[in-house]
Structures are given as structure tokens and as C-alpha cells.
Design a protein around this ligand. Structure first.
Ligand code: E4P
Length: 213
């Protein structure tokens, strides 16, 4: 499983990149709005920093406008992936993008059959939202199992991005259950590096070193 960062913040992207584990970036309208910057300018900054997939979401709800918006986003840099919401118009747009050779990430996926539809429409990635399902009393991770099984059975090339990741257990389980990618906020990426026994071990090694004969 690869690691993407889920943010539109350039410092956070830089910090994750320095760890040497970063394989892509996802943004969404809420994350971009938090930054208070021009969307296209920020995408240019991000794509200058990261050469792998950078997801940028369309705002339109009808297929025709989504396609126009997506073309504009894709023209910013060759590694832009157009993020499209999981709706009938979204599927139409994904199909059009796949004919044009533009990569897509179908977002706001909450059921296995939504993921299957997106894959059949030609999506490069689907993004099941784990945390938001957990929030309403479902087990978001079950959705990863179901989508992974369907994609495997039907030999679908679409990659699963575990999204709406809230804590390290989501990441471990997403990897075990067959997500290809997890898109993770920086706070959780940092949590992943930590273990109390690692800290205690370092402390002990250093104390022993100081007391060497
Ligand atoms: C994914 O691409 C989304 O940007 C993101 O994971 C949404 O997460 P949230 O539910 O924490 O907003």
C-alpha cells in the first residue's frame, strides 16, 4: 500500500515528502478553502513539489461543466488527477475523461456497488471514506474488504484509495484488507512513525552509552 497525503497545505506536503514515503496528494474543496489561496495557483505549487498523482476536485454537479472544469485542472500539470463525486453525472464525466486519457479519482464512495460503477466507467482510483462511515455507526473498513474482493474477482484495474482516514488502525487495516493507497492527514502520518517502545528503547540505549566504562 502506498501513502498519499490528504491536504492542500504546502508545508505539510513538504514535511511528508521529506520522510521519503510520499506517493501522491489528495485535496478536496474543504481542504483548499481552509488555505485561503487561489485553487489553481496552489495546484501549481503542489505539482511543482510532487511529481506523482495530485487529486484536484471539480465543483460542478453536471457532467458537461465537470468535464470543462476537469480539462482546465488537467491542463495545469500532467500529474493532475481529476477528482469527481460519485453521482450519475460524475460517472458520465469519468467516462469522458477516460476517453481523453485524463486520470480520475471518484470520491465520496460509501458502497461497494458505487465503487464497481466507478471502475466500470473507467476511474483510475476510487476513494471509499472510512471515517465518515464510522461516524454514522458503520464499519468503514468493511467497505475496503468488499471493494477489494469485487475488483479482484472481476480483474478491475482501478486502485482503491482508503480516504477519510482518522487514526493509525485505519491505515494498518486498509493495508491488510487490500487498499492500494491510503490518503492520510499529516497528523496521522506522524502518529504512524511512533511507538512508545521505540522511544523507551532509544532512551535506554543513550543512557547505557553515557554510562559506558
Ligand atoms: C479524500 O480524498 C478526502 O479528501 C478526505 O479523505 C476526506 O476526509 P474527511 O472525512 O476527514 O474530511
Amino acid at each position: 500500500m502506498k501513502f498519499f497525503i490528504d491536504t492542500a497545505n504546502i508545508d505539510e506536503i513538504r514535511e511528508a515528502k521529506e520522510l521519503g514515503i510520499l506517493a501522491g496528494v489528495t485535496t478536496n474543496p474543504s481542504l483548499v478553502a481552509k488555505e485561503g489561496v487561489d485553487f489553481h495557483d496552489r495546484l501549481r505549487e503542489i505539482t511543482d513539489l510532487v511529481s506523482e498523482s495530485v487529486s484536484a476536485e471539480v465543483i460542478a454537479l453536471d457532467a458537461e461543466t465537470m468535464i470543462n472544469e476537469g480539462k482546465e485542472l488537467a491542463a495545469i500539470a500532467p500529474n493532475i488527477t481529476v477528482k469527481v463525486p460519485m453521482t450519475p453525472d460524475g460517472l458520465k464525466a469519468v467516462h469522458a475523461f477516460s476517453e481523453l486519457g485524463i486520470k480520475t479519482n471518484v470520491t465520496l464512495v460509501f458502497s461497494p456497488v458505487q465503487a464497481l460503477l466507478a471502475a466500470r466507467a473507467g476511474a483510475t482510483y476510487v476513494s471509499p471514506f472510512l471515517g465518515r462511515l464510522d461516524d454514522i455507526g458503520h464499519d468503514g473498513l468493511d467497505l475496503i474488504d468488499q471493494i477489494a474482493a469485487i475488483f479482484e474477482t472481476h480483474k478491475l484495474p482501478t486502485e482503491i484509495i482508503a480516504a477519510s482516514v482518522r487514526h493509525p488502525v485505519h491505515v494498518t487495516e486498509a493495508a491488510i484488507r487490500g487498499a492500494h493507497i491510503a490518503t492520510i492527514p499529516l497528523k496521522v502520518i506522524k502518529q504512524l512513525t511512533k511507538h512508545p517502545l521505540t522511544d523507551q528503547g532509544i532512551e535506554k540505549f543513550l543512557a547505557d552509552w553515557e554510562n559506558r566504562k
